[in-house]
Write a new protein. Structure first.
Length: 183
């Protein structure tokens, strides 16, 4: 019985010590306010509230274009003109977009079109969804929306699981994302 008590005590001490560990310093001030600026939200990775849940500014998944698979990690969103009307533009990329360039990238995609980053560009309006693969420039449009698509409190989230049936399997995508809509 005494040995069991000692083991239980040691276990409690180990758990307590591991729970009290501090996160490594990033030399940046802690953010205690949940209301971040949209650009900051789109470029930082705050801790998610649920295990396995994506954080704002994060994408998870891949796309395949002509046999090349690209892993997507970053998500950005904003409103911009596409096809003569205002759309919600969502960019999912393999590399981060510098914070000072996010607004311009949403407006006219110079980094994606300049092959500096790779990713998917979505334009969503009331009736349709359009997606373009970068750098291949392959495009698809449909009346279908993304799965689990939701816009709430300037945060957009969704899932796109496309098996490539429109392109004979040459262009596939399976991604999920959460992005702050910049103003």
């Amino acid at each position: 019985m005494k040995r069991l008590f000692v083991y239980a005590f040691c276990f409690a001490v180990v758990v307590a010590c591991s729970l009290s560990k501090k996160a490594p310093s990033t030399n940046q001030p802690a953010q205690t306010e949940p209301t971040q600026s949209p650009v900051a939200s789109a470029t930082t990775q705050p801790v998610s509230s649920q295990p396995g849940e994506l954080s704002v500014g994060q994408a998870s998944g891949t796309y395949t274009a002509k046999g090349e698979t690209v892993e997507l990690k970053y998500a950005y969103a904003g409103r911009a003109e596409r096809f003569g009307s205002e759309s919600l533009v969502i960019l999912l990329t393999d590399k981060p977009i510098p914070p000072e360039e996010v607004a311009e990238e949403i407006k006219s995609t110079p980094l994606l079109e300049g092959d500096k980053i790779r990713g998917l560009e979505y334009a969503i309006d009331e009736n349709s969804m359009w997606v373009r693969y970068h750098p291949s420039q392959y495009q698809e449009s449909s009346s279908n929306k993304l799965k689990e698509y939701k816009v709430e409190n300037d945060i957009v989230r969704g899932v796109d699981d496309n098996d490539g049936s429109f392109s004979d399997g040459k262009y596939l995508r399976k991604v999920e994302f959460v992005a702050a809509i910049i103003k």
